[in-house]
Write a protein that binds this ligand. Sequence first.
Ligand code: FE2
Length: 298
Amino acid sequence: MINLHDIRYLRIGTPDLDQTIKYMTEIIGLQLARREGKTAYFRSDKVEVRGDTRDHTLAYFEGDPADQSIAFELRNPGELEAVAVELEKAGRPVRLGTKEECEQRHVRGMIASTDPSGNKIEFVARPFHTGQRFFPSRDAGITEFSHIGLFSTDCVRDEKFWTTICNARVSDWYGDIPFLRINTAHHSVVLFPSPKGRIGINHVNHQVEDVDDVMRSYYFLKHKGVKILQGPGRHPISGATMVYFEGPDGLTYEYSVGVKHILPEQEASYRPRQFGMTQINGCMHGSSGLDNVLEPGL
Ligand SMILES: [Fe+2]
């Protein structure tokens, strides 16, 4: 079993790094931590909310937008070799990160692999934290990078990978879409069916401080001409109030607040719930865009 502790960072290619930096800082409201060569690193974590600040939670590099990796921090950094064994047993590719790759990612150790759909996953040991306070360039109220939606060519098969090879637990199902948690948050990864064979990131979520931040950003984004994909509204499954919008290179971003937590003392008695795929189960306020959530931008 691969014991994941937290979702850590995303690495995403972009053909226009300058434009993407501008968008991340001026529209999304992240902090540009630094630019090293052809890679820009962004921070998102408020220490008062998380109790720590990750060195970075998003890295954009000059490259193909379809080149996307998702990194998870291991609960026990000493298990890196055991992770390689588990992945090999499961028939997944295993590649130990080079010294240079670890330096680029600001981690002490790393294994690169893929999930059964082919999504690039990095398992990292001892990723760097920083004592520097998060200082965003726009007051979007972001408190942390929290979860991703991930396209899956077979949600049932991939759910098994995340819950039997890794330690993820199903919090709820929306149709065949599993909401997977690896810590107390209701979901860190949500698997979305990809009928057209598309893989990669479905959406990127940042938590914000309160509902007013969701509403403020909704009007801010509209004013800036950013395409709103769903919301504002509220997911009854997780309890989160949200808005989805289009980010650089057509990637969907989300702000949300109020996601349910399943505390350690609730783990033993918690049972995942099955929800039908109806619009009201997607948004209790009735916001449309279910299709957008399943296939952003289409
Ligand atoms: Fe989400």
